[in-house]
Write a new protein. Structure first.
Lengths: 122, 215
């Protein structure tokens, strides 16, 4: 039996749904905003996005990930990274480096002060 | 104080003093967003506007306005059925994925249900953010295979003599269900009618609209 065959998995009673259909976390909204922005700017095609998201969701199912909002948005993030890197000069190394830079910035910023990147070069 | 206790105390203090570290995926999005903005792929303002609109403002009320107008204006109804992508421009509600929007009508004989089996394509511009269940693997996998069973989990029983049509959305093709106008609302204004129309009824996981408000 696969997760979607489970009769106890109530569709309308999904506890993970944020109230009023809003986003559970800010980064959830940012992922979809980026995808939408790239499509509207003509940098990626809507079909490329849909295919990549579909593939990432399917990989998640095959990996046994739970059928939750978190799994959905993690798949959306993987799809976003894939289409962005495929359709631009941005590399995965640049993304990793920038992520590490932000991590360092958060860890070295005292609580209450604005977090800023010290080095903006890639 | 032992060395290990001292180190753990320092670590605890460090945790408390530095700014709250966002979760890993949040940092990955942040990094990607930075680079995309810096390389001119997308404008920061576009992203901020989208988040603000879809996180807070756009709910299903745009779709409800369109349906209420169709119920009260036969000429608009015809235009909506013939070319919904064009008809919603009357309201300025078009988005990048609404060019080929199709409005499907519920009748006594037919009930329509919308899904995206591939991913989560949805008429955001009209209905706002999609509900979590719409994006779930369970709904995407089962809506086509066993729509009656899925609908029954939403508390919707479709009579055996009513045909269910399931519409599979794509990147370019989105669907909007026109629910049946409830009886007893003949004298209601479009504004009153719009207040009855729910998000789920425009996806098709609700069939009967509940008479509340209005007159």
């Amino acid at each position: 039996m696969t997760p979607f065959d489970d009769p106890d998995l109530g569709l309308c009673g999904n506890a993970a749904e944020p109230p009023n259909g809003r986003f559970g976390q800010q980064w959830h909204a940012q992922v979809l905003a980026m995808a939408n922005g790239l499509i509207e700017a003509g940098k990626i095609s809507a079909d490329d996005w849909a295919q990549s998201l579909g593939a990432a969701l399917q990989s998640g199912v095959e990996a046994g990930n739970p059928d939750t909002e978190e799994s959905y948005y993690l798949a959306a993030l993987v799809a976003l990274e894939t289409v962005t890197i495929r359709n631009s000069t941005i590399t995965s190394q640049q993304v990793d480096a920038r992520k590490t830079a932000w991590e360092q910035a958060y860890l070295s910023t005292p609580h209450g002060e604005p977090v800023q990147l010290k080095v903006m070069k890639d | 104080m032992s060395d290990s206790r001292k180190h753990s105390k320092i670590a605890e203090l460090h945790q408390h003093l530095h700014a709250h570290l966002p979760p890993d995926p949040a940092l990955r999005v942040k990094a990607l967003e930075d680079l995309a903005v810096e390389k001119g792929l997308v404008a920061r303002e576009t992203l901020d506007t989208w988040v603000e609109m879809y996180a807070e403002k756009v709910g299903p009320k745009r779709g409800a306005e369109v349906i209420a107008r169709a119920w009260t204006d036969p000429e608009y109804f015809t235009r909506l059925r013939e070319d919904a992508g064009q008809a919603i421009k009357d309201f300025g509600y078009e988005g990048h994925a609404t060019e080929h929007l199709i409005a499907v009508e519920n009748t006594d004989e037919v009930h329509n249900l919308v899904v995206c089996t591939l991913c989560s394509c949805y008429p955001f511009a009209l209905l706002g953010m999609s509900p979590a269940w719409y994006r779930s693997t369970a709904y995407r996998a089962r809506a086509v295979r066993e729509p009656r069973a899925v609908l029954s989990e939403f508390g919707v029983t479709i009579p055996a003599d009513v045909k269910i049509r399931v519409w599979d959305s794509t990147a370019e093709l989105r669907y909007l269900v026109i629910p049946q106008r409830p009886k007893g609302t003949e004298s209601w204004s479009a504004e009153q009618l719009a207040s009855l129309i729910t998000r789920d009824s425009m996806i098709g996981t609700q069939r009967e609209l509940v008479l509340e408000g209005g007159e």
